[in-house]
Design a protein around this ligand. Sequence first.
Ligand code: AMP
Length: 282
Amino acid sequence: MEIISSRNHLLEWRSSLKAKNEGLTFVPTMGALHQGHLSLIHQGLASNNQILASIFINPLQFNNPQDLNQYPKTPELDLDLLKKTACNAVYMPQYQDVYSEPIPHLFEFGALESSFEGNFRPGHFQGVAKVLYRLFSDVQPQEVILGLKDYQQYMVVKELSRRFFPHIKIEGAPTLRDEQGLAMSSRNQRLSPPEYLQAVKVAKAINQAGIGQKTQTFAEWKKGIVQLCSTLPDISVEYLELANPSTLGIVADWPKNQAAILLVAFYAGQTRLIDNVFLAEM
Ligand code: AMP
């Protein structure tokens, strides 16, 4: 696996692939890798392209400086994990590799970026769009694989791609969960054992929404979840809503004629986690 640590090296490596007429699948990450990240690389194998991962903690997408400072950094472990996968190369740029050239666009994503995460993390998706604009421009992939755990990010990036990189295929990968059912996340490393157990309880309850769908209104079911969370001392819910998966507009009750997505963000102690569940129409 080639380790690429500067923009110039990346551009050279990219040209050499072009000369060999090889396709490229790109998996951008912020490191502190876990099996969820590796599952994206695994999904990339289907294309027969070369696979490039990136590791870059993008300061522009952190609205909270403390969250940025505490974001886990495990570069040696990340490289060990990546070497055991089909990943052909990893790009680990410095800040100046990404941001020394100005990003020549303002990004407008309308409701896709203002609701849910956008509402609680002002500027977050602008930061995501900026870093991916630069990375997509330099990496020039045919395909990008993103996790559906970050569903709103996936939708924003699809829009970014539609506008600026229409030739890139944006693929979503299913959320990988640990053995207790908690969606894998680099941030899970920061949970204390009691916080972890409480986060698992929330994840399990949320993932049983399909059962609630059969017997209760959404409002009744949500009340039950809020009640559960009030018994968990380290949990506080930021949002728990049903949305239209295409527009992210809020949906008042369980889906009838169209699928919906249940989106949740909650704190376990100081750690903010997100999750989602797709619900089919009944
Ligand atoms: P991050 O390093 O958190 O920016 O994540 C990099 C990519 O991995 C994003 O596309 C995430 O959606 C994806 N990802 C993170 N956690 C998971 C997971 N548990 N299952 C699948 N994909 C994930």
